[in-house]
Each structure stands twice: as structure tokens, then as C-alpha cells.
Design a protein around this ligand. Structure first.
Ligand SMILES: [Zn+2]
Length: 169
């Protein structure tokens, strides 16, 4: 009986074996590159290296050193909020940004860059005012806007951009 089971499962694995496509997502905490089957993205996967759940729909701080992982090596679109501790509109914007991060859990990653802590990176990104929101997808900047927006407006902008992206493919 166990032999039959074994044969069946082998046949199943060999026969069905679809192109096990996996998407690459860097861990916001440790930077490790995780490869996740698309169907599992919503299942609160944990990082293979640090074991932290890394797709929880929460904004996370990004250092300049790690930014490239998210803009170049992440198969999910990545949004960046360039902000500063002294910026009033940034404080107003933060809860809206966090809300949309939750709504887009598993679809988009949401990073935050403190422009005073990461001045060189802020200069490279040509941040001229805060807050500035930048969307990266497919290894390049797709669009950006300056100033705070409400959650619905931010969500609509992102959804529109992602729609355009998927149609371009
Ligand atoms: Zn990790």
C-alpha cells in the first residue's frame, strides 16, 4: 500500500510539476532574498534567514545600502516614501501610507527612507522636497509625486500605475 502511495505521489510530482514559478522578495529586516510561490504570498510567509514574517503589509525603513535590493531584486513593485522627521506633512501622510500598505499587502512593498539619515541616497534619487513618493517596478522608477495624499488618492494612484504596468507586459 505504501508502495502504491509512493508511486502515485512520484507520478503526481513528476507529471503535474508545473513551472514552479517563484517570485523573489527581499526581507525588509535582514535583506535576505526569499523566493515565494505566488499562491503563498498572502499566507504570511516567514523569511528563510531571520524567520520574521516579511509580507505583513507594513511600511518598513530602508537604508541607502539596501535600497537596491528593493528596486532591482524584488519581483513585487516597491513604493518608497522619502520623508523627514521635521516634516509636518510627512507626519500627516504616514497613517495614509501605512493604510494603503495594508490594503496592498502581498502586491506591493512599502519602504520609507529618512532623507536626513540617508542624505547621499536622497540626493541620488533627486528628492527635492518631502514627502516624495516613488514607485519602482521592473528595476526602474515608474512614477513619483510630491506632497501628502490621502489613503484613497494614494491607493488610486498606485492601482492606476499597476494597471498600466500589467497592460504593458
Ligand atoms: Zn529576514
Amino acid at each position: 500500500m505504501s508502495q502504491a502511495d509512493g508511486a502515485r505521489s512520484t507520478a503526481g510530482a513528476g507529471g503535474a510539476s508545473p513551472q514552479e514559478q517563484r517570485i523573489q522578495i527581499p526581507c525588509p529586516l535582514c535583506g535576505a532574498l526569499n523566493r515565494v510561490p505566488p499562491a503563498r504570498v498572502g499566507d504570511h510567509p516567514r523569511c528563510g534567514k531571520c524567520r520574521a514574517p516579511f509580507l505583513e503589509g507594513l511600511p518598513f525603513a530602508v537604508t541607502g545600502r539596501r535600497l537596491g535590493r528593493f528596486t532591482q531584486k524584488c519581483d513585487l513593485p516597491f513604493v518608497l516614501d522619502a520623508w523627514a522627521t521635521w516634516c509636518g506633512p510627512c507626519k500627516v501622510y504616514a497613517p495614509a501610507y501605512a493604510e494603503v500598505a495594508g490594503r496592498m499587502r502581498g502586491r506591493v512593498l512599502f519602504g520609507k527612507l529618512d532623507i536626513d539619515a540617508e542624505q547621499q541616497t536622497a540626493a541620488q534619487l533627486q528628492i527635492t522636497g518631502v514627502p516624495t513618493t516613488i514607485l519602482f517596478a521592473g528595476g526602474r522608477e515608474v512614477d513619483r509625486f510630491s506632497g501628502a495624499r490621502g489613503a484613497d488618492a494614494l491607493f488610486a494612484w498606485l492601482a492606476g500605475q499597476l494597471d498600466t504596468q500589467s497592460r504593458a507586459r
